[in-house]
Design a protein around this ligand. Sequence first.
Ligand code: NCD
Ligand code: ZN
Length: 345
Amino acid sequence: MTDRFTIRRPDDWHLHFRDGEIMRDVVPYTARQFARAIVMPNLTPPVTTMALAEAYRARIRAAVPNGVRFEPLMTCYLTDDTDPDDLVRGAAAGVFTAAKLYPAHATTNSAAGVTNVEKIHPVLERMEAEDIVLCIHGEVTDHSVDVFDREKVFIERHLRAIVAAFPKLRIVFEHITTADAVDFVLGAGPQVAATITPQHLHINRNAMLVGGIQPHNYCLPVAKREEHRLALRKAATSGNPKFFLGTDSAPHLRKAKEAACGCAGIFGAPFALESYVTVFDEEGALERFEGFAALHGPAFYRLPVNEETITLVRGETDVPEVLTVAGEEIVPWHAGQRLGWRLVG
Ligand code: NCD
Ligand code: ZN
């Protein structure tokens, strides 16, 4: 039995840092584990231009603890009015690593998102020509579609068409939650990949709805049936380079989660690697963890792999019931649980 192993330092290919005091308090959790992270742009107001992204990146860099090497990779929030020239300039300058498509009103702070994908066809055309990665929140927002079907319907109504219209555009289908998404990614060309969160590997929708409503297990896209969780575990641990790590860590204060209208998002950053490695261990796939966590993402984004390493050991990690950010309580993913692995540097 493997009790200890060393891999290249991983990267988180999808997370939310927020801004201000919350950002300053959550960045160290990610920097403890990861060398880089794709930072989502859904602030209020959203990060829609190169200038906004540069300023946000500087604020994140200032929050990285002294002596820690961590690089935020910025994304451009696409709107109906995105200026393709600014996006291309930002990518060429190394400010933007990708652009993010939020269907308007799909999730937290997405009101300024894209109302109709056709409106941004000129932008997607430029992105394809300039080889800029498109990250997609793949859920329809149509109120007549059941929330548990919104990812599957997005594939049929929009994603197939985007992939067909822009066959060279590199696309990351973010935080996939269904067997349908796994099948779609497997069936698409090498230009289509997906991130998978820890929560969607650990829980199905019962964890949100059985025994009283569990707001800390609520995120978007919502966890689905068990058969979907199993398909995600198979994909993540398969060794297929189309699937890689993206926590979707989305910090919301405890009071905003435990509310009559609780926010969507799970704060997965603090013990993300311990969470993921537990899954790989349960699946007998520890030897494939480095690919998922540290190799497939850089290969897809065409970035160098990290030279530093981390070591994970079998051992106890007790996740606190609650942490403090911005002087307020926040409940981390796995709160109050004991995980069987520890990151030792
Ligand atoms: C994210 C957030 O809070 O910013 N929430 C979530 O449930 N995942 C937004 C997102 O990625 O959908
Ligand atoms: Zn997200």
